[in-house]
Design a protein around this ligand. Structure first.
Ligand SMILES: Cc1cc2nc3c(=O)[nH]c(=O)nc-3n(C[C@H](O)[C@H](O)[C@H](O)COP(=O)(O)OP(=O)(O)OC[C@H]3O[C@@H](n4cnc5c(N)ncnc54)[C@H](O)[C@@H]3O)c2cc1C
Length: 561
């Protein structure tokens, strides 16, 4: 327990009378840290701390990279800034040497602040100084780690920019046809192959694959171990949740993602119905936080690798085969591959993908939409959210909906939000009949279903949200899927077995989220019958780990011959 004498070693409390010191110490937690222990992580619920002994470093993610921004020594206090702002912790705190900290929780802090004018005045002064320091950090120019030189309508350039943005790697993008690029890159020469990526050390990569770029940037693209307890395929919300629970429960966990983590949710500008975020959270932020959490527990994340095959034999480890032939061996597998956008089946659309036609929200294109008239196809929540997002950049956003209204397909809160934006137009009972353009999208032809009239509209960007399909062709034949490719699990597998249209090889029934291959689980949008929501994906990803434990307990590895 912290004594009154120890409390008075903090200059802020040096003159505190005995009775008040005793009342206060009765409210304090006495925290002992070893060197390297975390006291608090950025984003957590803050408290007020007084450092009795040792030193504590303050670490913060600034422009995508975590760094030390301050060090506190014995006698100092901290934590008042987020408490007074009512925000989550603004930075993380870690002991540099063994340390002892007195902690006052936010309720007691608020009482002390309200009751004691001297304390309140001192803390307000400190808070103002620290706030200034944060402002200085925020206004520091973000160091661009990478420069991309590529044409705005080049699909490969779009993919690289998207990958970097979703990996939270700061980059500059130069259009080689614009004079601003020439100072650094020079005018384009015949034979130049774009996009070119210039790394911080000056190395130039012409048309790199995502894997090459990820390798060069030091991201993990290969598994670090020979065998895992659980390999999770897909780093959307469901896969990230499985990684957090798997790693936190001591399983050797690897998460494999073909692009960058976040999944579909990562393209959402604001998820408003996820528990615990009353003002909404961007998919990007949710994904980044989940990833930090999974890594903190020791999960490995392998990015820019496409899983192309799964080999499973009774009693043996599963082999997850990546593009290029690398194999990840794992005792169990969690499939969290979600869905991929359904493509627009109209003449001319294929040739213009990435050159004006985009699937999903493609948020990296927002600046290209400034002052333009953009069209969105679809009447679901994802189209509604994207309309809200692009309305902040585009001159006008037209939402093209096949049905008679949005009521049956979009949440009520989103319909209300759309109505607040003057520059969003909703066109019901229509579809795109044709798209036109050579190098890039130039126009679309909209067919009005009631009149049959065709309207020619100049257009520079169309974002398509017309539903999605599970891409599961690569899974083995014995994995039971429905006719749209969604993976059947648990009871659905046994129902099909009862109808003699499927096989299940064990005496026991499959676990709730287990597929027709024992030890392979399916969670989130890729699962047959799933509710396509972030919360349900996260729930299933977490639950799957409980079944992984049960499976591992029942199926011990075969002894080596
Ligand atoms: C724009 C938009 C807005 C949305 N808004 C909301 C909302 O407000 N609230 C809500 O609850 N839901 C919302 N949703 C739905 C929600 O995002 C999805 O239900 C959720 O993301 C599903 O999570 P998942 O992990 O199952 O799959 P996904 O998010 O689809 O993630 C699957 C991941 O697997 C990877 N992958 C696929 N195949 C392979 C492979 N072979 N090898 C390696 N990796 C692979 C993909 O690249 C992807 O990253 C929205 C969706 C979109 C697109």
């Amino acid at each position: 327990m912290i004594t009154a004498g120890e409390l008075r070693s903090i200059p802020l409390f040096a003159t505190l009378p005995d009775d008040e010191a005793e009342t206060l110490t009765a409210r304090l937690a006495d925290i002992h840290l070893r060197a390297g222990d975390w006291l608090l992580h950025e984003g957590e619920q803050p408290s007020f701390f007084m450092l009795i002994d040792g030193s504590i470093e303050v670490r913060k993610v600034v422009h995508g990279a975590e760094r030390r921004i301050n060090v506190y020594h014995a006698g100092e206090y901290f934590g008042e800034l987020p408490l007074l702002l009512g925000s989550p912790a603004i930075a993380s705190l870690r002991a540099l040497v063994p340390a002892r900290v007195a902690q006052l929780d936010h309720g007691d802090f608020a009482q002390l602040f309200a009751a004691c004018d001297t304390f309140a005045a001192e803390l307000t002064g400190t808070m103002t100084r620290r706030f200034q320091r944060l402002r200085d950090l925020a206004t520091e120019p973000a160091p661009a780690r990478v420069t991309i030189v590529g044409h705005p309508y080049d699909v490969a350039c779009h993919q690289l920019r998207d990958f970097l943005a979703r990996s939270r790697i700061t980059f500059r993008w130069l259009d080689p046809t614009k004079p601003e690029a020439h100072g650094e890159y020079g005018p384009p020469q015949p034979g130049d192959r774009f996009p070119i990526v210039i790394l911080p050390n000056g190395e130039r990569l012409a048309t790199p694959t995502l894997q090459v770029l990820a390798d060069k940037l030091g991201l993990q693209t290969r598994p670090g171990r020979g065998v895992y307890d659980v390999a999770i395929v897909g780093a959307g919300p469901a896969g990230l949740a499985a990684a957090v629970y798997g790693a936190s429960e001591g399983l050797r966990t690897v998460l494999i993602e073909r692009e960058a983590p976040g999944g579909q949710a990562g393209t959402s500008s604001r998820i408003e119905n996820y528990l615990g975020f009353p003002t909404g959270v961007s998919g990007d932020e949710l994904g980044t936080r989940a990833l930090q959490q999974a890594r903190r527990f020791g999960a490995e994340l392998v990015v820019a690798r496409h899983v192309q095959q799964l080999e499973s034999a009774p009693g043996a480890d599963h082999c997850v085969v990546l593009d290029g032939g690398d194999v990840v061996r794992a005792r169990t597998v969690v499939l969290a591959t979600g869905v991929s956008w359904r493509e627009l089946e109209v003449p001319g659309a294929d040739a213009l993908i990435g050159r004006g036609i985009y699937y999903g929200a493609a948020r990296t294109e927002a600046l290209n939409c400034q002052g333009q008239h953009v069209h969105l196809v679809g009447g679901g929540n994802s189209a509604g959210q994207a309309a809200m997002f692009f309305a902040n950049y585009a001159r006008k956003v037209s939402l093209l909906v096949r049905g008679p209204s949005l009521a049956a397909t979009m949440s009520h809160y989103l319909i209300e939000q759309l109505a607040t934006k003057d520059n969003i137009e909703i066109c019901c009972r229509c579809r795109i009949a044709r798209v036109e353009g050579e190098q890039r999208l130039e126009a679309i032809v909209i067919e009005h279903r009631d009149s049959g009239e065709q309207e020619y509209v100049p257009a520079s960007a169309v974002f398509v949200f017309i539903g999605a399909d599970a891409e599961t062709d690569w899974l083995p034949g014995e994995m039971i899927r429905d006719r749209n490719g969604y993976v059947c699990t648990g009871r659905d597998v046994m129902d099909l077995v009862a109808q003699r249209s499927a096989k299940w090889p064990l005496d026991r029934d499959p676990f709730l989220l287990e597929s027709s291959i024992p030890g392979v689980f399916a969670v989130g949008d890729v699962r047959h019958g799933s509710i396509k929501r972030v919360a349900s994906g996260v729930g299933e990803g977490s639950m799957a780990i409980a079944f992984v434990h049960q499976y591992l307990a029942l199926h011990r590895p075969l002894p080596l011959a």
